[in-house]
Design a protein around this ligand. Structure first.
Ligand code: AMP
Length: 659
């Protein structure tokens, strides 16, 4: 056998092994042999790159990172389904079908809650795969789909063109593992397997997609050149013969049979390793389907039965409050354990104070609990007739249960948030923000490094950053001598930052980078900012009353004062490099146009702002002065039309000097 033949044989053997393992769940090749053959094929492909093919099993591990996804126009649109929510609605569907196709029979399948994709094959080779998109145009996610082991890359029968449709999903077991890992790494959790699958399929890096272990169930032939079928069941059998993992399906001759099958699927939904959000009833005969046709949105020959979420009563044993990384207080009801949709549920989210007040959930209440699309169970209602005597309405605490700092309600929502500048629950987020480029700009102190330092017990509050020692750092994982040195010197350097950066770094709500600059210019030092009254603060242009209140509240908290003291003692600069702002130009708006000979326009703008004036980019009736340099254009003309005073460079400089 020459090397080329050997490659072909290896590919066929490995694909066969994939099929047996991932589709049939009946492996015949040992892991050892599989790995061995894969290694040999990789070697051969490396030696003969020209003989590499896109359908080779070696291509399943994820290739190069993409820059984006290109659009794919579906040859056959990926239609949506009409929903039915009760058995009555299902029989109305059946009656409509029978008006056209009197003897229709059906097929019932679980409705997999994932993402619809179309897989295209040319001459039996997988060439392209696309998401559903709007049904007509989707995105090309071929590279990511190739990593799904149950998608055959080469089919036993090589039709010139063949398109199938299926649902990509994340197996529940994979989902649980993935979220556990993400929690450990401090990454946001996926709400449900569907979101996780969607996120994974749209990864630009196919290696990430490969690591997510997605799977697929196919349920339709969209197009098969040179092949005809007369029923849906025949098409599913053909798909099986072509090594696809095919949706479980049951033939039913009456709608009553469909209905019991739907019930049975609903009862056993926990047994599937994929989430389902319903069951699909489809007319079996393809001729009947043609006669029934489609509306603008969906085929008339199919219906999706949606299961109501399962609900069970339980009692609220306690209400506990957790503080998230962003400082939001989340109340949770601890309930008497109940079995719900296959798992034992011991607590339910209460979202926020408004939710609790609206439903009037109290400790001791009997409540109805359900698990909807999300993984976290929720309380649907309180069974008031079962309320024991002596219960009281529940109110969230007005102090953070972790650090004791006051909590405030978000300006734009129902969330309550801890204001503690040194709250341990928020330490990681505070520090990442503190060190970020627009704040204290400490290079080398990104999320991973921060986590590392916190885990090692070296940081308990943001102030601890400035007492870190090189020796402490070197003992850490993934921290060499050089990086420890660099980090210490970056921390050291940050002490010289302008006050504006420090103000922003404190993470006071409402105080962004711009406000940091305005406040630093206006007050000139941390001392004078921290003792400013709400009136003084709101007098600064662009600082509104809500921001002013947030600033005074922040500085009044003992934790904040402690933080400022620690930073001061460490030698962090507390003064504005620009010095305090005058106010002789306050209330005046300037527009700069043309070229000045003595300074740049940017410098001129800064001088105006330093004296309390505002700079605007366009001339209007509200403009106080237009400063016109050489070669001034349309802005000057507009100023003349509106009769706005115009200053030449000399007059402008005289005004600055007088001020
Ligand atoms: P909807 O998006 O709610 O209109 O439901 C239609 C979607 O259900 C289709 O886009 C498919 O992605 C999905 N689906 C899941 N399982 C099946 C199935 N067995 N047959 C047809 N569609 C299915």
């Amino acid at each position: 056998m020459n090397e080329r033949q050997e490659m072909e044989t290896l590919r066929a053997e490995l694909e066969r092994a994939n099929y047996e393992y991932y589709v049939q769940d009946a492996p015949t090749m040992s892991d050892y042999d599989y790995d061995h053959k894969m290694r040999r094929l990789e070697e051969l492909e490396a030696a003969h790159p020209d003989w590499k093919t896109p359908d080779s099993p070696t291509q399943r591990v994820g290739g190069a990172v993409a820059e984006g996804f290109s659009e794919v126009v579906h040859q056959v649109p990926l239609e949506s389904l009409q929903d039915v929510f009760s058995m009555e609605e299902l029989s109305v569907f059946d009656q409509r079908v029978r008006e056209t196709a009197e003897r229709a029979t059906y097929d019932v399948e679980p409705k997999v809650d994932g993402l619809s994709v179309a897989l295209e094959y040319e001459n039996g080779v997988f060439v392209r795969g696309a998401t559903r998109g709007d049904g007509r145009v989707g995105e090309d996610v071929t590279e990511n789909l190739r990593t799904i082991r149950s998608i055959p890359l080469r089919l036993p029968e090589a039709l010139p063109r063949f398109i199938v449709r299926g649902e990509v999903f994340m197996p529940k077991s994979v989902f649980i593992r993935l979220n556990e890992e993400r929690e450990l790494n401090g990454q946001p959790l996926f709400a449900n397997p569907r979101n996780a699958a969607a996120g994974s399929l749209r990864q630009l890096d196919p290696k990430v997609a490969a690591a997510r272990h997605l799977d697929i169930l196919v349920f339709n032939i969209q197009y098969a050149e040179g092949k005809t079928f007369s029923t849906h069941l025949e098409t599913l059998e053909y798909l099986e013969s072509q090594h696809f993992r095919v949706i479980p399906h049951t033939a039913c001759s009456t709608i009553q049979q469909c209905s019991s099958r739907i019930q049975a699927i609903g009862d056993s939904r926990e047994a599937f390793d994929f989430d389902i959000d319903g069951a699909v009833v489809k007319v079996n005969s393809l001729l009947d389907r043609q006669a029934l046709g489609s509306t603008a949105k969906f085929p008339r020959w199919a219906a999706a039965y949606k299961y109501p979420p399962e609900q069970k009563p339980s009692t609220v044993v306690d209400i506990v409050v957790q503080v998230g990384r962003t400082g939001v207080l989340t109340p949770k009801a601890v309930i008497q354990p109940v079995r719900l949709a296959g798992t034992t549920v011991t607590n339910a989210t209460l979202h926020n104070q408004d939710f609790i007040a609206e439903k009037d959930v109290r400790i001791g209440d009997t409540v109805l609990v359900q698990k909807a699309g999300e993984i976290i169970p929720e309380i649907v209602s309180v069974l008031k007739e079962k309320r024991p005597e002596g219960t009281v309405p529940y109110r969230l605490p007005d102090r953070c249960p972790v650090c004791g700092a006051p909590v405030v309600r978000d300006e734009d929502g129902a969330a309550l948030r801890c204001t503690g500048a040194e709250c341990p629950a928020q330490l990681q987020r505070h520090l990442v923000h503190f060190a970020s480029r627009d704040a204290m700009d400490i290079e080398g102190l990104g999320p991973a490094a921060v986590k590392n330092l916190i885990d090692a017990g070296l940081l308990k509050t943001p102030g601890d950053l400035y007492s870190l020692k090189q020796e402490d750092l070197i003992s850490l994982d993934r921290m060499g001598k050089k990086s420890a040195e660099n980090l210490i010197s970056a921390i050291e350097k940050s002490k010289q930052n302008d006050l504006s950066k420090l103000i922003f770094a404190l993470g006071i709500r409402q105080v962004g980078q711009k406000a940091g600059q305005l406040l630093a210019q206006k007050f000139g030092s941390m001392d004078s900012l921290s003792s400013a009254s709400e009136e003084e603060l709101s007098a600064v242009p662009d600082i509104g009353p809500i921001t002013a209140e947030s600033i005074t509240a922040w500085f009044s908290a003992p934790q904040s004062r402690h933080l400022i003291e620690t930073l001061k003692e460490a030698g962090v600069n507390m003064e504005s490099h620009a010095g305090p702002v005058g106010d002789t130009l306050s209330g005046l708006t300037f527009v700069l146009t043309g070229e000045l000979s003595g300074m740049t326009r940017k410098a001129a703008g800064e001088r105006i702002q330093a004296l309390g004036g505002k700079v605007s980019g366009s001339v209007s009736k509200k403009t106080s002065y237009v400063v016109a340099g050489e070669a001034a254009g349309s802005k000057l003309r507009k100023a003349q039309e509106l009769g706005i005073p115009i200053l030449d460079e000399e007059a402008f400089i005289a005004m600055l000097e007088q001020s």
